[in-house]
Design a protein around this ligand. Structure first.
Ligand code: PTJ
Length: 254
């Protein structure tokens, strides 16, 4: 593996890339996952590589929504397992009734096992969806395979790095969809009732912190917080952040 000097201004970003490339060699991440990551990085640049105030509000609303849910599920693909298994495990500890399910676009039994292994190694106690037996209606891809004890009966589904088709199918199946996606223009961000437009690890950590802070609040308070975030407004605010940053940067002389 290439040695990345700690002094490199993009050290963390290069380290994450190297980790993903390594996980692609092992088969946890698919080559398409690297492209998806590149797109995410580009939007993170545009957004300033930090959690914006509107993304923080979305994360807070997501935490309240997950705490209120009866059968919440967090859906995990190859990129999510490679980038944020620890954050997934920490969130599952903070919200004990949150179930964790493997869901893959490029599904093979081996990849499903690799994702489950990464999650268990990070501390997730129960992993659903390794050998799913049910299918989500209206979806032709392998993403339609779901666990009857997980996504199939879930009322709220948290879907990081999702493709728009499945987000749409989940909404049509009557689920409340919380998406994590850096691209405010993606179909996933558009169809999800609650898009968190932020980087995956930052967003999951934020939702966890909010869940810990909110978990003893009364349901009435949680309901007010959960309904305080509005999808189109969140996307609009992300686009405004990008526009303002670009305007400011375009006026700078250095
Ligand atoms: O592991 P599999 O087989 O399920 O495949 C996973 C990928 C990611 C390849 C698959 O879901 C895919 O093709 O996703 P898309 O359609 O490229 O969508 C990924 C979205 O996530 C894009 O809108 C990216 O901007 C966004 N994204 C990428 N990396 C991050 C991100 N959002 C937040 N944090 C990131 N680190």
């Amino acid at each position: 593996m290439t040695v990345i000097p700690r002094s490199h201004p993009r050290y963390r970003s290069l380290l994450v890339r190297a980790g993903l490339a390594e996980e692609m060699q092992r088969g946890l991440v698919v080559p398409e996952g690297l492209m998806a990551h590149g797109r995410g990085e580009a939007f993170d640049y545009l957004l300033g590589e930090r959690t914006t105030p509107s993304a923080a509000r979305a994360a807070q609303a997501a935490a309240a929504r997950l705490l209120l849910a009866e059968r919440p599920v967090l859906s995990v693909n190859g990129n999510v397992a490679a980038l944020a298994s620890r954050e997934v495990a920490a969130l599952a500890r903070a919200i004990p009734h949150l179930r964790v399910e493997v869901n893959l676009f490029h599904r093979t039994p081996r990849r499903a096992e690799l994702v489950a292994h990464a999650l268990r190694a990070a501390g997730v106690k129960e992993v659903l969806g390794v050998r799913p037996t049910a299918r989500l209606r209206g979806l032709a891809s392998d993403r339609s395979w779901v666990d009857p004890l997980g996504i199939l009966r879930a009322d709220v589904v948290l879907v990081p790095l999702e493709d728009g088709d499945r987000a749409q199918a989940l909404v049509l199946a009557g689920k409340f969809v919380i998406a994590i996606d850096l691209n405010p223009l993606s179909r996933t961000a558009v169809v999800a009732q609650l898009p968190i437009i932020d980087e995956l690890s930052r967003a999951l950590s934020h939702v966890r912190r909010e869940a810990v802070r909110l978990r003893r609040k009364a349901p009435r308070t949680l309901r007010a917080i959960a309904s305080s975030a509005d999808g189109p407004a969140l996307r609009g605010e992300a686009l405004s952040t990008i526009r303002e940053r670009l305007l400011k940067l375009s006026r700078m002389r250095t």
